[in-house]
Design a protein around this ligand. Structure first.
Ligand code: SF4
Length: 341
């Protein structure tokens, strides 16, 4: 990627707690191109949401230590002032949260909340902001937007509220949208509508999207590139086709094996990953996945528990694992055969 819109290098986000330092993100690098969608996938506690809150600098600075580099269109965000960030949030980047009801104020109408964001960044009049709110509600598929604009969040259904939040996130035509599990709380039909809506809006505005999810089915639908996170680190990245069709990391393989497919044989048993995600207070030594990995004996000596596998900085294909390419091909072949026969 020659000129990424967002470039994250060796990002660390550590939290000071009474029990010690939680290394929620520990050396993460990735790029996002304009008009493309990066899917970030991983279990709860893998660091996906922390990473994206860090891009918007939403963590409490009193107990958060951030290190590394976050370049948004060439502008360094880790060292940016609060004033500069205020300008960038909404204008250049915005976030769609999982829980629209918790994110919208119950005391103000939907139109007032969308319009307020617009006025703050553009200096538009109240009348202009109202017209813009109606236009945005229409764009995200809210029926009778000129009436619904004066309603409160509790008068909207869950799917409508999520649409309204998308309208709010896009009202200033941001160039980067971070969507944090935006469809998890919705039923499958509404989920599909919201995903289609995001794709349409991306086409229209050329927005770069980071889509955070624990669901590989959602990734298959919406992402161009994929980043798999485990224990605060990236363990695999590549295009959607590369990661989903020919995974190179045992954790990705585990995620895929625990997911049903529609076009594969119905008698392939699902196999959940044994064990639970690592503690980020006291992460395992070496490869953080080693206590749960079923391939450690294929790697010579104690490398898996002693030596951290390295993923080269950059945006290309890669996986952080000591297995050789040949071993992966051989060991993961069973998975591919079982899923495609
Ligand atoms: Fe498994 Fe070792 Fe590879 Fe980690 S480095 S994923 S423990 S084989």
């Amino acid at each position: 990627m020659s000129n990424p819109f967002l470039s994250v290098r060796d990002l660390k986000v550590h939290f000071a707690t009474h029990d010690g330092v939680v290394k929620a993100v520990d050396g993460l690098s990735f790029d996002v191109e304009r008009g493309k969608t990066l899917g970030i996938v991983g279990e709860s506690g893998s660091g996906k949401s922390v990473t994206n809150m860090a891009i918007l600098r939403l963590h409490d600075p009193r107990n958060t230590v951030m290190d590394g580099e976050i370049l948004l269109d060439g502008k360094e965000l880790i060292t940016a002032s609060e004033r500069e960030l205020e300008q960038l949030r909404g204008n250049k980047m915005s976030m769609i949260f999982q829980d629209a009801l918790a994110s919208l104020s119950p005391y103000h109408t939907i139109g007032a909340q969308i319009g307020e964001t617009y006025r703050k960044h553009t200096g538009a009049s109240k009348k202009e902001a109202r017209a813009r709110s109606i236009e945005m509600l229409r764009r995200v598929g809210i029926p009778q937007p000129d009436v619904r604009v004066d309603e409160y969040p509790h008068q909207f259904s869950g799917g409508m509220r999520q649409r309204a939040m998308i309208a709010m996130a896009l009202v200033c035509d941001p160039e980067l949208v971070i969507a944090d599990e935006p469809t998890t709380a919705l039923d499958v039909t509404v989920q599909a509508q919201i995903m289609d809506l995001l794709k349409d809006l991306q086409q229209e505005f050329g927005t770069a999207i980071i889509f955070i999810t624990h669901d590989l089915g959602v990734i298959a639908d919406i992402a161009d590139d994929v980043l798999v996170m485990y224990g605060g680190r990236c363990v695999e990245r590549g295009t959607k086709q590369e990661v989903l069709r020919t995974p190179e990391h045992p954790y990705t393989l585990g995620l895929l094996s625990s997911m049903p497919t529609l076009d594969g044989p119905v008698d392939v048993p699902l196999s959940p990953i044994p064990g639970s995600p690592p503690s980020l207070l006291n992460p395992p030594s070496g490869c953080r996945f080693h206590p749960r990995c079923t391939f450690t004996e294929k790697v010579s000596g104690e490398r898996c528990s002693d030596e951290q596998p390295v993923l080269q900085i950059g945006d290309g294909r890669g996986a952080a694992c000591h297995l050789t390419s040949e071993q992966k091909r051989e060991l993961f072949a069973d998975y591919a055969t079982a899923r495609t026969n």
